[in-house]
Design a protein around this ligand. Sequence first.
Ligand code: ADP
Length: 587
Amino acid sequence: MNRGPKESTTPDATGLLLWLWRGYLRRRTGLLLIALVFMFLEGSMFGFLSYMMKPMFDQVLVGGSATALVWVALAIFAIFTTRALASVVQKVLLTRISQLTVGDIRLDLLQNLMTLDSTFHQNFPPGYLMQRIEGDVESINKVWKTIITGAGRDVVALVALFGVAISVDWRWTLAALVGTPLLVAPAMLFQRYVRANARVTRDVAAKLSTRLNEVFHGIVPVKLNRLERYQWKRYRDLTRQRIRLEVKSSFGQAAIPGLIDVMSGVGFVVVLFYGGSEILSGEKTVGDTMAFFTALGLAFEPLRRLGAFSGIWQVAAASIERIKELLDMVPELRDPDVPKPAPEGIPGILLEDVFLEYGDTPILRGTSFEAEAGKTTALVGASGAGKSTVFNLLTRLVDPDAGRISLGGVGVSEMTLGDLRSLFSVVSQDSLLFDETLRENILLGQTGVSEADLDDALEAAHVADFLPRLSDGLDSPVGPRGTNLSGGQRQRVAIARALLRNTPVLLLDEATSALDAQSEAVVQKALDRLSQGRTTLVIAHRLSTVRNADKIVVMDQGQVVDQGTHDELIARGGVYADLHRLQFDDS
Ligand code: ADP
C-alpha cells in the first residue's frame, strides 16, 4: 500500500514556504536577485514621485520658478521611464522564474506519480491527477508572482512612501496608521475562511476533471447507454458547486484588501482632523501636505496587493499541501537495496506457493507451477480464477503476500524493476496503443532500429498485410487507444512491438472476444513466430493455442487444480475437460 495522503499533519504556512524555497526556488537565486533589483527600482520610483510633489508645489506652483519647472518636469519624466523599463524587465524575469519553477514541480510530480503502485492509481483516477499537475501547480504559480513582486516591489514602494510621509511629519504618519491594529483579527478570520474554501475548491476541480476524463474515455459506452444527460447533469452539479465555492472564495480574498481600504480611509480622516489646524494655519506648506497625501495615496495599491497576498497564499497553501503529499509518496514496489543481476538467456518461470489478497478477498491461494524455459505454457481457467493476477505478479505490478516468484532462479523482487520488466513483452488485445503514429507505437521510443529489422518485424507480425490499406502507411495515426484499428490489427501491432523488443519472456493475454476466423489464423501465425525461442506464458482462450501448448496449467479460484498436456487433461476429465466442453464445444 502507498502511504496515502495524510490529513492530520498540516504543515504550517512557513513550513510550506520553506519547502518550496528549498525544493524549487533556491536553484533560481541568480535570476531572482536580478529580478529583485529591477523590482526595487520599480518600487522606489513611487517614493521619488511623491517626494517630487514638494518642489512641484512649493517651488513651481507657489514659488513660480521657471528653472524649477524644467528640472521637476525632467525628473518626473525620468521617474516614469525608469519605472516603465524596470517594470518590463522584472515582469519578463519573473515569468521566466515562475515558469521554470512550476515546470520543475510538474516534471517531478509526473516522475513520481509514474513510479507509484497500481493501487495508488486505482484510488486516484487520471482526471484527478491531471488536475493536480495542472491546476494545483498553477495556483502555486500565482503565489510565486505575488510573493516575489510583493517582496521586491511593493515592500520597497511602501518603505519609500512611508519614508516620504515620515519626513513630512512622523505624527501624521502614525495617525494615518491608527486603524491598522483593528485589521488583524478580521484578516485572520478571512484567511482561515479562504483556506478552508480553497481546499474544497481544489477537490471539486479534481472531481470535475475526473468526470471529463471518464466521459471522453468512455464516449462510446456513454452514447450507447444514452448516458449523455446523466453525465451532463453530474458535471453540471459539480460545476454549480464550484461556482458557489469560487464566489465564496473571491469574497474572502477580496475582503482583506477591502479592510485595507477602510483602514486607509480612516487614516485619511484622522490625519485631516488631526493635522487640519497645521494646514490651515500655514504651519505646513502646500508642498508638504501634497507630498504626504500623495505618498499615502500611492501606498494604497501596494498595501492592497500585499493584503490580497494573504488570500492568494491561503489558496496556494491548499494546493502546495496536496502537491507535497503526492511528491512525498513512495511506492511500496521498488528496487531492492542490493539488486541481483537479471537471469541470462531464456529463463523459466516458477511460482511457489503464492498467496495474494485484495482487501480481505483471497485471490491466489497457494498457486504453484512452472513454465519451462523456451516452452509455451497456457494458463486456463474460468474468468476470475486469477490468471491475469499471475501476470501482474510476474511483472511486479503487485507483490504477493506470501510465496516466491522467480525467473531463471532469480526472485522477481530481487532484481531492479527495470531489469525485471525488460525481460517481458506483454501482448494482449487491449495492449495499450498510444495516440501516435503506427511507427511510434511499434518502436516505442527505441532508437537505432534499422529499416530492415522493422520491415522483418512488420512482415512476421502480419502488420505488413494491412499496412497498404492505411492512408499514410506506418505514419498513420492509430487514434486514441488505437481506436482507428480493429482488434486483430491492434494485436498484430503489439506483436510487432514485441518482436522488436526481442525479450526472452513473452506474456500473452489472448483476446476474450473472438476474432473472425481469418484474423485468428493470421494472428496465430504471427504469435507462433513470436514465441519461437522464448518462454511463453499465455492466458489462453483459443483452442489452437491450448492444443499447441507444451503444458496447460488449469486454475480455479486462485489455485492450480491440474496441469499437463491437452490430451492428458482431457483424458483425466475434471475442470479442464469441463471448461473445454463449455468454451470450445468441440468434444
Ligand atoms: P482472470 O484473469 O482469471 O479472469 P483476475 O486475475 O483478473 O482473473 O482476477 C482474479 C480476481 O481478483 C477477480 O475476482 C478480480 O475481481 C480480483 N481482482 C483483480 N484485480 C483486483 C484489484 N485491483 N482489486 C481488487 N480485486 C481485484
